[in-house]
Design a protein around this ligand. Structure first.
Ligand code: RB5
Length: 149
């Protein structure tokens, strides 16, 4: 499967069930879920899981990433430290559309202790079905990219 259909997923111990539900969901939509774990609920550290997923997006191996921890916040912060990553936490579908349309986000973060599975999957759908609008937004995203340099 081409990189454009590959979505990397990772989480910490607080979000195993939601991550696996998202993996099944994106697979049902025709994407390849590259689920890099972890697979047990043993306590772990969200920065390494966020960074591992971000590395696969930044390298071009995967087109997009979806990462999950208790709030989504910590794993988002870690992912955004990787050059080339634009990741936002979303708790609503409008924001999920906007981080694609206006910010060209390449990763989505979710909080398993914040949103239920039903809403989480709708947020994922909004993220995956919205295209970057470019235009004036491209100027601003380019400014973000310059901050990477
Ligand atoms: C783990 O207890 C929790 O701190 C983590 O999942 C996440 O919410 C951090 O941002």
């Amino acid at each position: 499967m081409t990189a454009s259909k590959r979505i990397v997923l990772s989480s910490d111990h607080a979000a195993i069930d939601l991550r696996q539900a998202i993996a099944a969901h994106v697979t049902s939509l025709g994407f390849e879920a590259v689920d890099i774990g972890p697979t047990t609920t043993e306590s772990t550290h969200y920065p390494k899981h966020g960074a591992a997923a971000a590395d696969l997006v930044a390298s071009g191996d995967c087109a997009l990433g979806i990462i999950v921890c208790g709030t989504g916040q910590g794993i988002m912060m870690a992912a955004n430290k990787v050059t080339g990553i634009r990741c936002g936490v979303c708790t609503d579908t409008f924001s999920a559309k906007m981080i694609r349309a206006h910010n060209d986000a390449n990763m989505l973060a979710l909080g398993a202790r914040v949103v239920g599975e039903g809403l989480a999957l709708e947020i994922v759908d909004a993220f995956l079905t919205t295209e970057f609008e470019g235009g004036r937004h491209a100027i601003r995203v380019d400014m973000i990219k310059e901050l990477d340099a």
